[in-house]
Design a protein around this ligand. Structure first.
Ligand code: NAI
Length: 372
């Protein structure tokens, strides 16, 4: 690790235990510097602060990996067009961030850290702005809800049509979604659950355990056909490597099935020679909402196999246990390309199982929603 990356990581340890205070100070300073910025943020700010800081912190922590750094930031810049942020806003946010870091870190902070964060922030925003400027798409698409199906009390599968412009994504990517009617200016990310198509139709799988997740709650319980959503730029690097001849392992937990389904649908358009194994885990059998659809794909494609499993259902007539353990039982996976999608603990456990199996890390792809 070079000195610059070391300074960023080291200085972050001074504030990381104090995220709430850092976030509070960042916003207080930001709105003092430019009260006009307040209107770019949702009325209710709970949780919002962490999202922006998360993005900046993730960026500083991957600075020693320039390739992923560059693509991550360019897509973040494209995505941030939905907030209508411009170069002047980024400059003001930089001042607020440095002030918040200094005052939260206290006496441990020094001039070297200060300079490292200034340089990092300048590099981050330059790349984000370059990403935003190179994007010819609108900042977001209006999207009409076409269908909305509920599975149990907390899961929904919905399809939407992006209206004003072709929306180009790659199977496995995710987009942020806003429900303007119920929660203006609050955006959350969802994986697109179908392969790219000429009809501009996107499918989403949403689950919201009781009481959690405002946007997911609105999408599951309050959204209906005809409603208008907003969808922003596609992001994420969990996409099928078409140049690889390796067979494929997909591990999906719950609604983590969404990107896996999109990838399998896309593979159906061209794959002939690669075996594809999907492991699909839920807690209870009645939560395997996507199984019937997967079985239809299995019937149509001889290269596809699907193994469902349940972790908390003693009556389930199939594999039982946490999905990473089930995957480990079926190994070795050393010669496969592996794709993992689900909650952070499930992804972590799967990465551990694959590491024990000695799968080379460069053959594993996943996107993190939340800290791994
Ligand atoms: N691209 C991605 O990575 C995507 C991720 N997601 C995330 O997937 C998650 C899905 O949540 P739910 O539908 O509620 O599914 P869930 O949390 O009920 O997960 C069910 C499956 O995950 C396994 N699992 C859960 N916790 C585990 C642990 N600690 N260790 C090992 N295995 C564990 C269970 O064995 C079961 O097979 C959400 O957090 C969502 O944000 C959703 C869509 C795409």
């Amino acid at each position: 690790m070079d000195n610059f990356a070391r300074l960023l990581k080291e200085s972050w340890t001074l504030v990381e235990e104090d995220r709430d205070r850092l976030s509070g100070r960042f916003y207080a300073r930001l709105f003092l510097l430019d009260p006009g910025l307040r209107k770019l943020f949702p009325v209710e700010m709970t949780g919002q602060g962490d999202r922006i800081l998360d993005a900046i912190v993730t960026a500083t922590q991957v600075m020693d990996d320039p390739e992923s750094f560059d693509e991550y930031l360019r897509s973040l810049g494209r995505d941030h067009r939905k907030y209508h942020v411009d170069a002047a806003h980024y400059a003001t946010m930089g001042v607020a961030l440095l002030d918040a870091l200094r005052s939260t870190a206290g006496t441990g902070w020094n001039l070297e850290y200060d300079q490292a964060w200034r340089d990092a922030y300048a590099a981050i925003t330059a790349t984000m702005l370059a990403g935003a400027e190179s994007d010819e798409n609108p900042p977001y698409w209006h999207a009409e809800v076409l269908t909305h199906e509920r599975y149990g009390t907390d899961t929904a599968v919905l399809t939407v049509r992006a209206l004003q412009h072709p929306l180009v994504w790659q199977a496995g990517q995710y987009v942020s979604v806003e429900v303007p009617r119920h929660l203006p200016q609050v955006w959350r990310t969802y994986s697109v659950a179908n392969a790219p198509n000429d009809d501009n139709v996107l499918e989403f799988h949403v689950r919201t355990p009781a009481g959690a997740g405002w946007v997911s709650g609105a999408l599951v319980r309050r959204t209906k056909p005809g409603d208008l959503l907003r969808v922003a730029a596609p992001m994420g690097s969990m996409t099928v490597d078409r140049d690889s001849g390796r067979d494929i392992l997909c591990v999906a937990g719950g609604v983590g099935l969404a990107p896996v389904k999109a990838m399998v649908e896309e593979l159906a358009g061209w794959n002939r020679a690669r075996w594809v194994h999907v492991f699909y885990g839920a807690r209870h059998a009645d939560e395997l909402y996507g199984l019937a659809g997967l079985e239809e794909l299995v019937a149509a494609h001889p290269w596809l196999s699907v193994t469902p499993s349940c972790s908390d259902d003693p009556d389930f007539d199939g594999e039982r246990g946490d999905v990473p353990d089930v995957v480990a039982r079926y190994g070795p996976w050393t010669s496969h390309d592996c794709y993992v999608s689900g909650s952070a603990p499930m992804v972590r456990a799967t990465l551990r199982a694959l590491a024990e199996d000695e799968v080379p890390p460069q053959h594993i792809r996943y996107d993190t929603f939340g800290n791994l």
